[in-house]
Design a protein around this ligand. Sequence first.
Ligand code: XUL
Ligand code: CO
Length: 446
Amino acid sequence: MTTMKVERRPEYWPGIPHVEYKGSSAPLGFSFDFYNPDKVIDGKPWKDHMNNSIALWHLRSGLSDMFGGNTRNIVFSSDPFENSVHWLYAMEEAAVKLRMTHFAGHDNDALWAGISLKERALTMPRIEEVLLEIMDRSGLKPLWWTQDLFTAPVFRDGAATSPYKDVQELALAQAFIALRTSKIIGAPGHTLWGGREGFGSLLNTRISKELDAYANFIWAVYNYGEKIGYKGDYYIEPKTFEPTIVQYDADVATIYAFLQHYGFAKTGRFKINFEVNHGDLGGKRAEDQVALAIHYGILGSIDGNQGDSPVGFDTDRQAADVIIPAKMFMPIIASGGLGKGGINWDAKARGQSHTVEDLFHGKILSLDTYAQGYMIAMHANRLLEPMLNQRYSDSVLCTDNALTDPEAFLRQMAEKQPLELRSGQQEYYERLFNKAMAAAYAEMAA
Ligand code: XUL
Ligand code: CO
């Protein structure tokens, strides 16, 4: 492995132009049909509402699935370090061509398989230099950075929640090194996806030991962050299952309980990185999970993609169904937007779509799909808000005299019966939502 300066190539994705907005009546090509990154919405460009982020691992992905190997094999150099640096430059070019403003990655996406801890510690500063160079040149920003604590065979039984101390310690050392990267590149988020933190069978598992170990691990990461001056948030990424059957970070409510129980909530620094396909796996709709996280003040960022309802695994499909982001963006927009979070494209083309053209069509599809969703959500909020205000205008926390004079309250209630049966009007709301779609498309075509 050489660690000499790697010469950036003039182009990594020849044949792919800079993708611009051309509108839906333009012929289909490497252009946006709906997403107009520079269009000003509520005082800032659309791209700054989305904070679209390229995921390094899906760019490098060979598109294998659990039944077959790679269908795409892009190698820039036979030297693993050089190859990794070229991939970082290729990420920069892809993000710039796609008008993405952010990037996200695991430590291992920027390194190579099977790297030792010692080599990792030596190589990471070189990688950080390249990331800083890329940020400086292109204006790209990190959305979040993370550590891969699930690929190495020793993590099969869990990393932080492995029963074995040496494995737990290895996970911690790796997380420290990755957190240092987050600090150096100024990532607003450091993601802690549980990976293999969970179990397959209670027969060989002590959940109290594992959950306590998980909390100790996260506290140690947090303490290290405070020591080195990491200023960002920590994102826990819910996933109902896969690869384990019971994941300790199964969903928003499970994570919220964990954060409360182990005292993390009081730091105000622990948030959710919600991934749409992870919700699908457990039958949880994105809009509901996101709304819940917003309510508890812990929505950090979104991993954009989608699943396929008949299958029970994480397909990480490029987003194609407009209604999913439309409904998800409604609570996000109503709460003031994603802030320093964004949409990280944890998504890839299907294995049979293995060409470079497919790769870019996939990303354009996703960006256009979420843009349509964003615009629909904005219009839907406008149409539904007055109805919702009306519906809840009479809602109170607790009727006054139920607290001060419960007996009088009971007598009054007896007089009030039976109550009028009011309509929830779900279908009426759904019709309004459809109208919002028409308004959104009219605005996008204007
Ligand atoms: C796995 C997944 C990860 C996390 C980061 O399902 O979503 O890529 O986003 O580790
Ligand atoms: Co993810």
